[in-house]
Structures are given as C-alpha cells and as structure tokens.
Design a binder for this molecule. Sequence first.
Ligand code: 0A1
Ligand code: ZN
Length: 876
Amino acid sequence: MSKDNPRAIHLKDYRVPPFLIDRTELHFELGEKATLVKSRLSMRRNPDSDEGDAALQLHGDTSLVLRRLQLDGKDLSVSDYQRDDESLTIAQLPDNFVLECVTLIKPQENTSLEGLYKSNGMFCTQCEAEGFRKITFYLDRPDVMSVFTTTIVANRQDYPVLLSNGNPVEQGEQEDGRHWCRWDDPFKKPAYLFALVAGKLEQVDDSFTTQSGREVALRLFVEPQNLDKCDHALASLKRSMAWDEQVYGREYDLDIFMIVAVDHFNMGAMENKGLNIFNSSCVLANPATTTDAGFQRIEGIVGHEYFHNWSGNRVTCRDWFQLSLKEGFTVFRDAEFSADMGSRTVKRIEDVSLLRTAQFAEDAGPMAHPVRPASYIEISNFYTLTVYEKGAEVVRMIHTLLGAEQFRKGSDLYFERHDGQAVTTDDFIQAMEDASGIDLGQFRRWYSQAGTPVVEVSDDYDAEQRRYRLKVRQHCPATPESDSKQPFHIPLAVGLLDEQGNDLDLGDGQTTKILHLTEAEQEFVFEGIDSQPLPSLLRGFSAPVKLRYPYSAEQLVFLMAHDSDGFNRWDAGQRLAVDLMQGLISDYQQGRELVLDRSLVEAYTKVLSDRSLDPAMVAKLLLLPSEAYLAELAEVIDPEAIHLVREFVKRELAQALQGLLMDAYRHNRSEGDYQLNADAIARRSLQNAALSYLMTLEQPRILVLAQHQFASADNMTDQLAALSLIAHSGFESERQQALSEFYQQWQQDPLVVNQWLSVQATSPRDDSLTQVKALMAQPLFDLTNPNRVRALIGAFCGQNAVQFHRADGEGYRFLADQVIALDKLNPQIASRLLTPLTRWKRYDSRRQALMRAQLERIMAGELSKDSYEIVSKSLA
Ligand code: 0A1
Ligand code: ZN
C-alpha cells in the first residue's frame, strides 16, 4: 500500500462526542438485489462537548448509496453536506433536530462479514467494532448510546423469522407476500450492539426464572438440519444465568434472550443485546459430532456472551482503547464460571498454557501492545490475546489483591455507579479501589505498559537464625511502545515445602502467602523456619510473568509429587520437561546423540502409577510442553529441532512406560457407554493421551487398537483422536483409508468436515502442504467461509510449525498467496492469518530472509487497513 497510508488513531486525542442520539428508528426492507435502510435519528448537541457549534460528522462506509437525507422533515441537497470515503458531514445544525436518511446496501455482495451480510441465504449482522457504518450513516462510536426501534420487512416465504434486539412489539402481513416485524429495545446501547437476523430458521424454546421470579423466554434459532445440536447451548445458557446471579448478583433484564447460529462468522460469537449471534462452531453440539473440548468451549463461550449483558452492554466502553474493560473482565468471568462447572485446576492449566505460548509470543513480537493500547490503525486488529487473556489475568490479580469479598463489593459498585454508561478501564479500577480501600495506584501500570515481566528469584537459608530469605528481581523487556518500564505491582503467591513435602505454616495457619512485588529488587524474610524449605513459587500462576528460579530436576520431581497447589504440580512437570528438551535441542543442533535423562521417566512412572490422581490431571501431567511453548522460550527458534526432539522424548517415554500406558488406556477406555460428565471426560482424556504415546512406537498391534477405537467410537472425542493418530502416522494405506472413511461418514456436516481438514493440515508429514493445496482445490473449500479458511490454511500455518517453516520457504509463499487473495474478500480474516509471518525475527537468518521477502511481497500490493497495519508494523 503506497498511496494514502492509513492514519493511526490515538487515545490521547479522545474527545466527547459533539452530538448525541436519543432515539434511533430503523426500517429495513430486505431484498435479493438490494436492501433499503431508512433511519430516523432524534439528535441533539452534547452539553458536555466543548466543540461549540461543531459540524456533525456521521460515519458511513463508501459502499453506502445515499438516496435521501432530511433535516426536520426537509430534504437536504448535495450542497448541504459533504461526503468522503468514511463520513458524511453536515454543518450549521440546530441544538435539537431529527435527521432522516435513506440508504441502499448490498448485503449479498458483502464478503467482509461486517455490517449486514448473507450466510447460507440468511441475513445477519456483525457490527462490532465498526460494522454499523456499513449499514447506514451514524455516530458509530461506543460512547453514543441510544434506544433503538427496528422494523424489518421481508418476503415471508424465504424469511419467515425476523429478529432484532429487545422485545417484539408488533408484526403484520403485506399484500405483496412480504411481512414485517417491529422490535423495541428499551436499553440504551451503542450501535456496535445492534443486530438483525432474517431467515428460514427453526427454533428451540426454553425458559429461565430469575432470582426475582421473572420468567425469561430463551430461544435458540438454527437451520433445520441442526435442530439436534441445541440442547447443550441451552443448558449452558441456563447455568450461566444462574451463576451470574449467584456469584455477581446480576439478573437478566429483558423478557427474551435469543441466540442465532450462523455458518459465516469472523469471530466466535457476538453479544448483541438480547440477540447473541454465534459462529455455528461455537454453539452447535452433540456427542456424535462434537469433542469433549468442543462441549467445554461452547459452555465457556455461551457464558462469555451472556455475561457481557452486564460487563459490556449495561456498562460499555467509552472508546475502543478501553476494549479490555469488557473483554478482560468478561473472560475472567467466563473462566471462573468454567472453573466452577468443571475442574478448577484443569481450566487454569489450559488458560495459562494459552497465555504462555500465544500471548507471551504476542508480547515479544511487533504487535505487542498494552492491555489498554495507546493507538491503532484498525481496531479489528486489537481483539487480541493481550486484550482478552492478559486483560483477564489483570482482573484476576485484582481479585487476588482484594480477596473474593472485596472484589464483589467492587464489582457491585462498578455496575451500580456506571449502569447505562460508557466508561474506561480506569473507572473499573477506581470502583475496585473505592469499594475496598486498597490502593491500586501502581497496579494501573498493567494497563499502560506492554511486555511480559521476568521475575527472577533466588534464596538462602540461615539454619542458625532459622531464617529463610527470598530475593526477587523484576524487569520487563522493551516493546514497540516503550524501551523502559516502571516496576509492576506483582502479586507473587508463594508456599514453602518441608522435607516431607508438607506446606509450612506461614503465619495464622496460612500455607500460601501473597508477596507484593513493587520494586525492581526486593527481599522477603521468613522467620522461624526449622530447615531448608523448597519454595513453590507463583502458585496458581498468580501473575502473567516469566518466573525464573534455579530448580534442580530432583526438586521438580519432588514438587510434582507433593505440591499442594495443583497448578504448580503440573508446572513442575512442565519445567522439568522443558529443561530436558532444551538440552536435547542443543544436542540435536550440534549433532550429538540424543539420550533421555531418567528423571522424566521416573516422574511419569509415578504419575501413571498413582491411582489416587484424577485422570484429567494425569492426562495434563503427561502432556509434554507443546512445540509452540518450546518455540516461545527459544532464543532462536529451530522448528525442526523442536519437533524432532519432542517426538524423540515422546517415543522414549512410550518405550519405557509401555506397560503403564497400556494399563491406563485399557483402564480408562469405555466402549459403548458414552456419557458427558466430568468423570467420563477425564477418562477419555487419559485414554487418548496414552494412545497418543503408544502410537509413537509404530507397532501394528497399537495401530489395530487405534483402528478399532476409530471404527467403534460412539463419540467424536474418541473417533477424532484415533483419526488424527492414524492420519499422522507412517502407516500409509491405513491413514488414507481412515481419512476417506471419515469423510464418507461426515461429509454432510460442515463442522465435522472442518475437523477433518484440520487433521490433514496439522500433519507433520512432508507432503502436508501438497495435501492442503489439493484440499483447497476441491469444491468443499470456500475462501469466503472463515471456518473453512481457519480449519485448513489457519491450521497449517499456525499449528503445523515444522511444515509451515519448511526450509525451502514454500510455506511462507503459500501463506502470502492466501493473504493477498483473502484481503480483497475479508480483511479481518486475512490480517489474522498473517500472525505466523509477523514473528520472523525469532528465526534463523535464512528463514528470516524468506519470511521478510513474503511480507514485502504482500506490502507491495493494495492492502486493507487491517493487513496494512500488521505488515507495516512487522517490517518496521
Ligand atoms: N465481542 C465479541 C467478539 C467479537 C470481536 C471482534 C469482532 O469484530 C472485530 C466481532 C466480535 C466477544 O468478545 O465475544
Ligand atoms: Zn467478549
């Protein structure tokens, strides 16, 4: 992109809106060739604005065809307003006025999936962050909140269901085969929460009685073939509603809550007021087609969107820099909900794994930004792991610092003080401070400073004085926004173990103590300690930092067996495996023979032999650090060495532990008696973890086990696990047969076909790029369907490091080709796909040059703002 490079928008330039919209009346006439949108906006000058008699500048995309504009009932002519690519400006307006506008749009041609578009013949919308301006001219910013009334007119035959936000108030028939429906949303909301759906949909009904005794109708709309996949989402929704009442005292506010499932969707789901729209992959489920992880994911996302009704909708963001106000808080809420519904430790392990691999990598790359960014070119690029996941960690730390009770007082105050307002992350912290009396002054730096702090701990023990000391240093590497960082306020949860592995009493019966790190260097002294303790540091991952402490292998094995903190027991295993694997990676690079240290075998033997452990925990303990995590930790990433070493360790462990693994497999396998509960899920996870180790042995008898599991499975967890092991194995004809049988069985189900594509895209075999290209050429592939793109291109480039980073650079060329093609269709998906290329500086010089060359090739063409921002920042 050479001409007119897009400009950055800065937080420091924020100004209150010069105009407000009290009432928004919308009228849609949906048509196959075009859709007519009439708006009637009751507006006034904002008394809080200092911009005097400023002109009104409405947002509006170039694609809008303006048919008519009226001010207080009088037509405006072309000379009364100005239009450019992004806006429409009207000067000399009175203090109060009604603006009426007629625009024409073409949803059927909208492949960006922002604004109003069509998915499988159904009309639907996605307005966050700035999609409403593709529907009509408006003040499309979150601090302009208005009540909406929406009338939808459409052909009854093709669009029997007409939905929008709020409550249905009127409906009727016309003589031309069209019908209409009017919706009224009494709650003020910004335009990003507007939604409209029209289509041939079936519905499943349920209801929920709130704590104050109001009955709320719950309605899930799906395409007819998906009616058997609705129960889980509805059950999850009811659990979410009850949980938010119990834990946060938050009740639902409308008489109806609707969810619609659509196949074409850029993100996971959207919290539109009263009318959530979901990517079908994040809501539809049944045991035959959905894995256990899928079920859990859906429960979490349904909860997330529902929780937004308070944290996001009733109280929303002042501007998009405050995105983490709603997202960080809501991710924290959904994580706690999932922890309460299942295993708290397992949920924590999963969330921390994601944070430590993907978010830490983001923090170390060219797109690193604070939880509250200071500037952006395209806001869609800032729906990131930093804003969501690190943002949730920051809220979690506030919870840790305040304790559950004070935190609840803080959230009550926040909701009460700001109900109906658009506010900032600082307002959130202020409410927490005001309610608890705890000073969060220094803590606020977590919102303004990017980067992952490193915490280095050393210790010494004085037997004579019975004194134990921890010395702690923190520093944070430079990131694009700043080279030097002020110390963070880090809550470091610590326990001390005696020689038997029991927790020491750290005062008042406390076995875990929160140390407040606030300076670059600090010392913490523990008195009355009878013998040298072993520290258990950063329990529960109490802060999003990299912790360094020189544990020996022996100490880690001890922590794995004894730490009372479940998360740290798992993390000790990860540290042990990481240390060994890093050694092996360097052995491999220097051509030395690979030999696996016995400590890991011993540790895993204990884990597998301990029948008292929860099988879900055993499965987690057995899972070796991922290739992505090892890459994140590496100085210079060597994808091939990482992959080969991890496979080597897995095979060595499988060889040494064959008997125990086979026992674990047999003991946890249940045939023909499918259940979806915590115990059954845990057993399946251990069974499949064991099988995955055993398959590395490449023994025909194990292949037979996997084939039997594949053929006899009564659930997708077992079938897909077996398929992927067989498909990634060296058994050539068997893999082809399994892949083709699976496709035959599931070709009618697009969500399962996506899983089938991903299995092939993530194969470490040398032919996987060729396979991916062949699959793209088949009619089932569709570049305008983001789920297909993610399942195939996204999975290959983002989850198959060893093949994507092929030494010949063909993986990079492939990604660049796809981004160039996709950027014209769907800029959000194109720019998200780019992530793996942005990390080029982490690789060896040969790969660096190859990756850079592809980024430059992309940069040379016409680019969307989305992709321009990512590529230009990567090359800077
Ligand atoms: N707010 C939604 C997800 C979402 C994010 C970005 C979007 O467009 C840029 C659209 C939807 C959520 O957190 O669930
Ligand atoms: Zn969200």
